[in-house]
Design a protein around this ligand. Structure first.
Ligand SMILES: [Zn+2]
Length: 226
């Protein structure tokens, strides 16, 4: 097992705990969720096909930035490792990536519907929507490229016909964001039962982002007047 320092062991424990939390929080579907955390020299990523209640810290796979990993008995990285690696490489401010197939996010993703500015909390994603990356088969570099592109100016995105990716400066924040986005998806889904909901103007979301002190997220196209 590479990286047996106390810090690494804590990361491994945190990942196992977060996996179980995903189930408790209702954002996981079976073992479809997976998690990665940036560590020295690469990332820790959840193993493929292992039930969370049986997962132990030593099952978490260490992957180097070149995509190679240390074989540990019975464990290979999640089949979704590629976008975890690529997102962490592309976004230095991100230290944790959470992926799952939460029901309401996935419903919208099946319909290829980004979540628009139905609620001011949309700004948790860093802008006025939670975008939806176009469909590509799981585990492929095409899917990874689509996810990285959708996350260019956002902290979370939907994956068409698939699920959700949420990122964060640390694992707790990424997990929190995944729950927030699933809540927004649920609210949007509820609105759509009645009709197309009115949206908050871009300027209002920009104002919220300012209040939250997220000036670094404002390098996006000029905001139209409300
Ligand atoms: Zn998936």
């Amino acid at each position: 097992m590479t990286g047996v320092s106390e810090t690494d062991l804590q990361h491994r424990r945190d990942i196992v705990a977060a996996c179980r939390q995903m189930t408790a929080l209702g954002i996981n579907q079976g073992t479809s969720g997976n998690i990665s955390v940036r560590v020295e020299g690469g990332l820790f990523v959840t193993p493929s096909g292992r039930a969370y209640d049986e997962m132990e810290p030593e099952d978490i796979v260490f992957m180097r930035w070149d995509g190679s990993w240390d074989a540990t008995p019975g464990n290979v990285p999640s089949s979704e490792w590629r976008f975890h690696l690529d997102i962490l490489r592309a976004k230095p401010e991100v230290n944790a990536v959470v992926h799952a197939h939460p029901t309401y996010c996935t419903i919208l993703a099946i319909l290829n519907r980004p979540i628009p500015a139905i609620h001011y909390m949309i700004a948790v994603g860093g802008g006025n929507d939670i975008p939806c990356a176009p469909y590509a088969q799981y585990g492929t570099s095409e899917l990874s490229d689509a996810a990285v592109a959708a996350l260019t100016e956002r902290r979370a995105c939907l994956l068409a016909h698939h699920g959700l990716i949420a990122t964060g400066p640390h694992l707790r924040k990424a997990l929190w964001l995944a729950v927030e986005v699933e809540t927004l998806a649920r609210q949007y889904h509820g609105c759509l039962q009645i009709g197309e909901p009115p949206l908050l103007p871009d300027a209002e979301i920009d104002s919220i982002l300012e209040r939250w002190g997220q000036y670094g997220l404002r390098d996006r196209p000029a905001i139209e007047a409300a």
